[in-house]
Ligand binder design. Structure first.
Ligand SMILES: Cc1ncc(COP(=O)(O)O)c(C=O)c1O
Length: 383
């Protein structure tokens, strides 16, 4: 069976060039970057070069990138690190949104348990939070603002520049979870009014288990992992040398092809929605999320009257991989907190996320749309 992977927002296949770069390191002599001998020095140089390559592509200084084990750790490090540093100055208020990834939501819930006051902003029906809302929520005690760049469920882009400008005007640090923005939007970090930004390699055809946190020069941060002096005392632990080099290679690849890919993905999205609307009618598949801006790679669709769980199970049998709301520990789907916050109510129950990426062709998309329409019609006849 021709299986079609439409879940690139969950994780992406490793690019062959990344595997090649990492394999050369794994098969090489090894070496701990903290060791003083030649093996260690080589490993250290590799990490240093990867950091320089990434910093150049992201428009920041090498020293401003801290490597982590992924997006989750970067979010935790940025949020706890900055909030605790600000609390030393007597600040105890956090502004965030109701549509953040769980890595941010749960970290901020922990801060709340530790005595921080939290303001959670609701998005509008398109999934966007306005900069004015964020500005109005900030007060004298605000320690940190955390607003994601691109939402992982809907692809909605938040107005980070305007939010950052409002935060900068009040001297409040801004953290943004930019995990889904990397490779999709042009990022020049020094030109953005952002103090902390989280990234993850496996969303851009890099390895799983590697991430980075951008910490703008001068941003106070209390380290979360204690031990050795790695990462300029900001994150202890032996560096994942091959993973870091793989991340740098993946970023080079995604950045060099970003504009071409965006165009291709736009065409895929257009064809996908055109075919589905032809088959199911506009009322049979409703696009969730949108204005003011949306990344074309993520398509969140509600199939009114159907359950997302049955859709996903049947699509999997047909060879189409997509995803729904947040997975519970039991493996069952809970309704997405993002779609509920957007006010979608019942429509959230039937929402499925399709996300495009490397390897998807226009033929795959047409084939997948056909399968999706067949499954939706079959399930509809059963209800
Ligand atoms: C927006 C967002 N933030 C954070 C994460 C967590 O990243 P990681 O899987 O690298 O821990 C993800 C991954 O799903 C994500 O989409």
């Amino acid at each position: 069976m021709n299986r079609i992977y439409l879940d690139h927002a969950a994780t992406t296949p490793l690019a062959p060039e990344v595997l090649e770069e990492m394999t050369a390191i794994w098969l090489g002599p090894g070496g701990n970057p903290s060791s003083v001998h030649s093996f260690g020095r080589t490993a250290k140089q590799r990490v240093g070069r990867a950091r320089d390559r990434m910093a150049q592509l992201l428009g920041c200084a090498s020293a401003e990138l801290v490597y982590t084990s992924g997006g989750t750790e970067s979010d935790n490090m940025g949020i706890f690190g900055a909030a605790w540093a600000q609390r030393r100055k007597g600040k105890d208020h956090i502004v965030t949104t109701a549509i953040e990834h769980h890595a941010v939501l749960h970290a901020i819930e922990r801060l709340e348990e530790q005595g921080f006051r939290v303001t959670r902003l609701e998005p509008d029906r398109s999934g966007a939070v306005a900069a004015e809302q964020v500005a109005a929520a900030m007060d004298e005690q605000t320690a940190l603002v955390s607003v994601m760049y691109v939402n992982n469920e809907t692809g909605t882009v938040q107005p980070i520049e305007a939010i950052g400008a409002a935060a900068r005007a009040r001297g409040i640090p801004l953290h943004t979870d930019a995990v889904q923005a990397l490779g999709r939007l042009p990022l020049r970090l020094h030109e953005l009014p952002v103090d902390l930004a989280s990234f993850s390699a496996h969303k851009i055809n890099g390895p799983q288990g590697v991430g980075a946190l951008y910490v703008a020069k001068g941003t106070a941060l209390v380290p979360q992992l204690l031990g050795g002096p790695q990462e300029r005392n900001r994150r202890a632990g032996t560096e994942n040398v091959a993973g870091i080099c793989g991340f740098a290679r993946a970023l080079e690849l995604v950045e060099s092809g970003r504009e071409t890919k965006r165009q291709t993905v736009r065409e895929l999205r257009h064809r996908f929605l055109e075919l589905l609307t032809e088959e199911l009618g506009a009322a049979g598949c409703i696009v969730n999320g949108g204005s003011p801006e949306l990344v074309p790679d993520i398509v969140n669709l509600s199939f009114p009257g159907l359950s997302a769980e049955s859709m996903l199970m049947n699509l999997d049998i047909e060879g189409v991989a997509a995803s729904g709301g947040s997975a519970c520990s039991s493996g069952a789907l809970s309704r997405s907190h993002v779609l509920l916050a957007m006010g979608l109510g019942e429509l959230a129950t039937s929402a499925v996320r399709f996300s495009f990426g490397m390897g998807n062709t226009i033929e795959d998309i047409a084939h997948a749309a056909q399968k999706i329409a067949t499954v939706a019609k079959r399930l509809r006849n059963m209800v």
